[in-house]
Write a new protein. Structure first.
Length: 195
């Protein structure tokens, strides 16, 4: 933990030695490894394999909901069981509630792959945070995301949304406290821990 708090890149799509090395060089305490279409046991095993005393890797999943043409992405941290992709949005949200997972909205209102204002308002009680800064966004996307978080009263988070090794740690969120495992971190996200 640095003087700025416990720093976490909340959305990283790839994980290998270079990713870990870059995350450490950026001063991160943890990353959330949340790939598409990888089963939860594999995500957990990979996260365990790349965690060490300097960097914790929390397993997560970016779930696809709906049909391919009308998909919405939801980022989950602290899953107990696999949730299949392409369930309805309501079915996915019900399962996330049942598991008491932390539910994050990546890239809100972005193209056809994210939750919009109506979805966020409908599932406000289930959602724990909205991504308010993503370096892949254009400036107006970040402004719109921050406004959406302000309007709904949901906490914000930043992430690199890294699909490439060189972008890991380009953005992160710093939290008060230290979290010794994914369950503790998910609980902190559920409770809106200061960041």
């Amino acid at each position: 933990m640095t003087s700025q708090g416990f720093s976490v890149d909340l959305h990283v799509k790839l994980l290998d030695e270079q990713v870990v090395e870059r995350a450490k060089a950026r001063g991160l305490d943890a990353i959330v490894y949340a790939p598409h279409f990888v089963r939860l046991p594999q995500v957990r095993e990979r996260a365990r394999r790349f965690s060490d005393d300097e960097l914790t890797v929390y397993p997560g999943r970016e779930l696809f909901t709906g049909t391919w043409q009308h998909r919405r992405h939801v980022l989950a941290v602290g899953l107990e069981e696999q949730i299949p992709d392409f369930l309805t949005l309501s079915g996915t949200m019900a399962e996330l509630r049942r598991q008491d997972a932390a539910v994050l909205v990546p890239h809100p209102g972005f193209l056809n792959v994210s939750l919009g204002r109506d979805d966020i308002e409908r599932y406000r009680a289930t959602i724990d945070a909205i991504e308010v800064y993503n370096p892949k966004y254009l400036p107006h996307h970040n402004r719109r995301a921050r406004q959406l978080a302000d309007d709904t009263g949901l906490p914000g988070f930043s992430s690199s949304y890294a699909h490439l090794r060189r972008t890991v740690g380009e953005a992160w969120s710093s939290f008060e406290g230290v979290f010794d495992g994914v369950a503790t971190f998910a609980e902190a996200l559920n409770s809106g821990v200061p960041r």
